[in-house]
Design a protein around this ligand. Structure first.
Ligand SMILES: Cc1cc2nc3c(=O)[nH]c(=O)nc-3n(C[C@H](O)[C@H](O)[C@H](O)COP(=O)(O)OP(=O)(O)OC[C@H]3O[C@@H](n4cnc5c(N)ncnc54)[C@H](O)[C@@H]3O)c2cc1C
Length: 500
């Protein structure tokens, strides 16, 4: 193992890989160290009986030529390697309130027209909603890759109001309010906390165009990794960071659990900030900073059922994402009640082959807090005990029964099912308590819940979903912000403009 680099990045999630790509392309000698055998973090996939399953990247938006993610994909040389299938233009997301269905259509006008069919009296409200989210996305410094000006940031309405307040300001119709917030599992929103801009950026992103990744989200990770390696970058897997070792002024090296050390001028941590702090034993990080980071609330985790359908099934491929709620009270899911599990779920078919009209595999994702699996917190993968297996089986059955009500005949088409819990995410990504999207943004504490890419140690930067925002767009933008500390934002912006 070579041990001297310009930059060492801890973690090969999307954030680590995008930083690795940009910095090695710009001439830095970069290494990424990843604790797992497989790179990618949430972009990892796993295979069972010949079927590949995604774990944390199911659909992406704004990928038409000229749209925002398309531009970033072009800059990151991803267009050639990542195959996409467009989700149904007339309903890329379907919302079901116990059987009553509503559709989100692609394109702003089409979205308004489609929902207005269900809510003819509220067309003006839906138009107001669309205009507002477009306005917020366009005003967001993140979309324009501008540095956040902290004073204007905390004063902005879209930071100071929560999603529920924003939606209530668009329409007084309670059913429409619930329909407009029903894809909130995309950001694990909390009533009274999640700031409006999170909802606005995500929906503005998907309404423009929505796509599934064909053949597995690991194609994003492997494309970034091989590009980075072609620029001379190194990636070490099964290389877990034990400590960021500091002298009086800075980090000198990282030490891995296998005893190896890597030295560099600059270090970037793609590891959750709270876990990163546990790996630094230096006065350079003041107690008060650590305490602030450690006190931040994380978004909820999830329980997932992975379904492999029978090879000869005639079950049709569902080209939409399906959000189920037991009743039109979307925010009620925040009050997780074990006895009422699952109050909601997200059901998606995977796309192995864009020309296959039949379903091959699917996932059902439901909220689950870590407290549900706490009693197995000290166990390790595949050795958690029979009671844990029984727990997972019971939860899977509940989800499959509900699914069967909405899509009769599905159960008969199933070949096999597999499950994951908050423990799985905790152990595969080292995210606190298996949190889906990392630190929860809170409109009541806008500055406290904003984690900067800079730390108190001059040669330690942070990257990943906890910097600014989660999801494919949030993490790519966050990574660019991290890299701008070394390259300058203007240089990166120019490069993006040049290749588009
Ligand atoms: C269930 C689920 C569904 C999702 N669906 C979508 C979607 O459809 N669309 C979308 O845009 N976004 C989606 N997301 C969000 C998206 O996947 C994430 O925001 C993004 O991938 C996070 O990237 P990251 O780089 O911040 O972190 P991570 O992916 O968590 O990567 C962190 C990496 O650091 C490594 N690491 C941790 N500790 C150490 C250590 N000590 N030493 C070395 N390496 C270490 C981990 O192993 C991991 O590889 C989803 C997330 C989840 C959980």
């Amino acid at each position: 193992m070579n041990s001297n680099f310009d930059i060492v990045i801890a973690g090969s999630g999307l954030g680590g890989l995008v930083c690795g790509y940009i910095l090695s392309k710009n001439g830095f000698k970069v290494a990424i160290v990843e604790k797992n055998r497989q790179i990618g973090g949430c972009l990892q996939t796993f295979s069972r009986r010949g079927t590949k399953f995604d774990t944390g990247m199911h659909y992406i938006g704004s990928m038409e030529e000229g749209q925002v993610l398309y531009k970033f994909f072009k800059y990151l040389h991803l267009l050639q390697d990542v195959r996409l299938k467009r989700l149904d233009n007339d309903g890329y997301d379907i919302i079901s309130f116990n059987g009553e269905r509503y559709k989100y259509a692609s394109g702003f006008e089409h979205f308004i027209d489609t929902l207005s069919q269900n809510f003819p009296q509220n067309r003006a409200d839906i138009t107001k909603y669309i205009n507002k989210i477009r306005e917020i996305a366009n005003a967001s410094p993140l979309y324009k890759l501008q540095r956040v000006n902290t004073n204007s940031y905390i004063e902005a309405d879209y930071i100071k109001t929560s999603v529920d307040e924003f939606i209530e300001s668009c329409t007084r119709n309670p059913l429409l309010q619930n329909v407009l917030t029903a894809n909130q599992p995309l950001y694990a929103g909390i009533r009274g906390k999640t700031p409006t801009y999170i909802h606005a950026l995500i929906n503005n992103f998907y309404i423009q165009s929505a796509f599934r990744i064909v053949g597995g989200s690991d194609s994003i990770a492997s494309s970034l990794a091989s590009s980075m390696q072609s620029f001379g970058g190194q990636i070490y897997t099964q290389a877990e960071v034990e400590e960021f070792v500091c002298n009086e002024e800075r980090i000198t090296n990282i030490r891995l659990t296998n005893g190896n050390e890597l030295h560099a001028k600059t270090f970037i941590s793609n590891i959750h900030p709270q876990v990163t702090m546990e790996k630094i034993h230096s006065k350079l990080i003041r107690k008060v900073y650590k305490e602030r980071i450690n006190s931040l609330e994380n978004t909820i985790s999830n329980f997932t059922v992975f379904i492999k359908f029978k090879e000869d099934t005639t079950l049709k491929y569902l080209n939409s994402n399906f959000y189920y709620y037991e009743k039109p009270d979307v925010w009620a899911c925040n009050n997780y009640d074990e006895k009422r599990f699952p109050q909601s779920y997200l059901y998606m078919h995977q796309c192995e082959n864009e020309h296959n009209p039949f379903a091959t595999s699917a996932q059902i994702i439901a909220y689950m807090p870590f407290s549900q699996v706490n009693k197995w917190a000290n166990t390790i993968l595949n050795h958690r005990g029979l009671d844990y297996e029984a727990f997972k089986q019971e939860k899977a059955s509940l989800l499959l029964d509900l699914l069967e009500n909405e899509f009769p005949g599905t159960k008969a088409a199933i070949d096999s099912v597999y499950t994951s819990s908050p423990l799985t995410y905790r152990d595969y990504t080292a995210t606190k308590e298996g949190s889906m999207y990392g630190i929860l943004r809170d409109k009541n504490f806008p500055m406290q819940s904003l984690v900067s890419q800079r730390t108190k140690i001059p040669n330690l930067l942070l990257t990943g979903q906890n910097i600014n925002s989660h999801g494919i767009l949030g993490v790519i933008i966050g990574s660019i912000i991290t890299c701008s500390e070394l390259l300058g934002m203007e240089k990166i912006m120019n490069d993006i403009a040049l290749c588009n």
